[in-house]
Design a protein around this ligand. Sequence first.
Ligand code: ATP
Length: 460
Amino acid sequence: MEKIIALAKRRGFVYPSSAIYGGLANSYDYGPLGAELLKNLRDVWWQYFVHRREDIVGLDTQILQRPEVWVASGHVSAFVDPVVEDKVTHKRYRADHLIEDWFEKNKQEKINAGNLSLEQMAELIKKHNIKSPDGNEVTDPKRFNLLFETSIGVVEGSKSIVYLRGETAQGIFINFKNVLDSTRVKLPFGIAQIGKAFRNEVTTGQFVFRTLEFEQMEIEYFFNPDNDWRQYYDELKDYYYKFLTKIIQLSEKKLRWRLHSDEERSHYSKMTEDLEFQFSFGFKELLGYAYRTDYDLSAHLKHSNVDLSYTDPETNKKFIPHVIEPSIGLNRLFLAVLENAYLQDSENDRVVLRLPFVIAPYKLAVFPLLANKPDLLAKARQIYQVVSQKYHCYWDDRGNIGKRYRYQDEIGTPYCVTVDFQSLQDNTVTVRDRDSMKQIRLSADKIISFIETENENSSK
Ligand code: ATP
């Protein structure tokens, strides 16, 4: 993890936020490379789920919504974490996490403390004398709401409290009728959204795994509950798994499904699974996959008195659709991608990010072999100008060629094109493959078609 954090900072993927003012806990900014990687992840996700599927449409809703949305969804009353406070430093910690870590360290036992009651947690903390990470006593656990509050209105006294959305999903549910009325969708169909969500998290030190502000990519897949829910559940689950393993190329060895137990599962859910990724700090949730029944639509119907039912065009039967929800954090996926791609290649004395072509920030780099030869420089520039019309392309004429290769390896650029003296004679260049480090020689006119052929099976 330290190595990834260092690389992310050194090469402009991720910076600690507000660093010149001392930093802000659980907040990160994304540098030029990180912004590209995030954008590529968003784009391939949207393309795979929204463009490639006839039955899923996109949506983009507000971060600020009426507070009633969050009352109806249950977030105002129940979006809470159990939190304890260090009695000396007054730092706050998730009680369930402290207990889980204690059991893992002291009993080599993996337990799930998330579904214990406050009293049960307090009992365990007392019984085992569980301390804060700084070794101090902690208070009894209390419930702490994760929603951020802000207010609308400039005149003091007339302000009204609103919440920054804690998830993007509710924006989908409150627009269900709008989408039905304004498009030609028919059940079963899904609505997808990518956007920021905010949670007042207390856990610190997990890099971009858990932050106050993050992006979610969520789908609500609606269907008629008279039909067998399992078919929709399994189909979308397999489709999603393919996205993560084939398009994003996460290693299957690092992924596992974990079914929620009856106690852990939300009361309205019939089945929930987490897809966990093996981060450097253990297997942790990457994707939440839940059959949420008609809970959300029914809750909004009840609170808004607006009819959110669906009428089957064939049978004229009216009902509230049920829903399956895959929910993933873009930034958590970003971290999984970095961890999955990171390779310390000691044999070749290099660090390489083996990012799939479709999400790599730069697809190729173009160099003149020597920077002080005007002919080489001009030829390389000309090639760069052509290929950069098609692919995001890096220009580098600093330092020696070996250093340039190492730099591109570290930022995950799949190909390096070098223009040398032979290029001036016969218009050929060398193309170096990041992973195998093999070089081939081809005509400069063939660079784009070569890259296209090599990557025709990827999603772009
Ligand atoms: P966790 O148990 O890790 O807090 P959760 O079960 O609360 O996660 P969900 O509410 O299911 O998470 O959110 C869906 C997805 O959003 C998660 O699988 C995760 O990828 C992402 N996510 C949730 N909270 C955060 C956060 N604070 N920072 C980054 N990503 C997050």
